[in-house]
Design a protein around this ligand. Structure first.
Ligand code: FES
Length: 247
């Protein structure tokens, strides 16, 4: 069956962007619908894959009191959605010298004393598009557990929606980032295999391979890249690379 112009038109729905109505295909994400409506993203758009956190959006639905939030690149439009982009939510990041920063919760408390303003309302967790347990990682920081806070906040994409809904006015995502940096860089045990690889690089193990690669022309380099040994598409824990350069 062929698609007629009438069919296509039937799939158009009204949405409101900054108060102005547009008709857009109902299968589009907010980001694509806005582009369909003629908007061009200069900021507030990055990976388009739900990873970079650049495209926070707030919206209301007709007849619904709630304010909804999401990522514009992941959320599909709905009829009569009223939406606005908030590509950046102002949240202060306290400056610090990482090399000098002590890896303890006290460092977080000194830089972000507002962490104790958290009233455990859980609005931050509810708004998170990545389902991060935001309130729980803030609680872990208040308990001095940077390891737990790092693990709980690992999927954060820094979109800032948590801060936009916080009645304690915490910049949660900056606080968690500091906790992860302190823990991962200064507290977590070093990975032995990573040290082996770094030592190999420093010892020049890959220098000949890199030299050969740099000597290739563009086409040969593309061929070598596409034909390189790759991990199987389906997870296979027993897989080991054949060409590990002796690591
Ligand atoms: S554009 Fe990167 S998360 Fe949406």
């Amino acid at each position: 069956m062929t698609t007629t112009a009438k069919d296509v038109a039937a799939d158009l729905i009204p949405i409101f962007v900054m108060g102005k109505r547009y008709f857009v295909p109902d299968s589009l994400t907010i980001m694509k619908a806005m582009e369909h409506a003629g908007y061009q993203f200069i900021r507030g758009c990055g990976c388009r894959g739900g990873v970079c956190g650049a495209c926070s959006t707030v919206y209301r639905k007709a007849g619904d009191y709630k304010i909804y939030t999401g990522l514009a690149c992941q959320t599909v439009v709905e009829p009569n959605m009223y939406l606005a982009q908030i590509p950046f939510f102002p949240a202060l990041r306290s400056p610090y010298d990482y090399a000098e920063a002590k890896p303890s919760a006290d460092t977080v408390y000194e830089l972000y004393p507002e962490v104790f303003r958290c009233v455990a309302c859980n609005a931050c967790t509810k708004v998170c598009p990545m389902d991060v347990e935001v309130m729980d990682y803030i609680a872990a920081i208040k308990q001095g557990d940077l390891a737990k806070a790092s693990q709980l906040s690992f999927d954060c994409i820094q979109c800032g929606l948590c801060a936009s809904r916080c009645m304690g006015e915490l910049p949660q995502y900056h606080i968690a980032q500091l906790a992860r940096r302190l823990y991962a860089g200064k507290l977590a045990p070093r990975a032995a295999h990573l040290k082996d690889v770094v030592d190999s690089i420093v010892a020049g193990k890959f220098t000949p391979v890199l030299k050969d690669a740099k000597a290739l022309d563009g086409e040969a380099l593309r061929k070598a890249y596409t034909e390189r040994e790759m991990e199987p598409a389906m997870a296979d824990e027993s897989w080991r690379p054949e060409s590990d350069y002796g690591l």
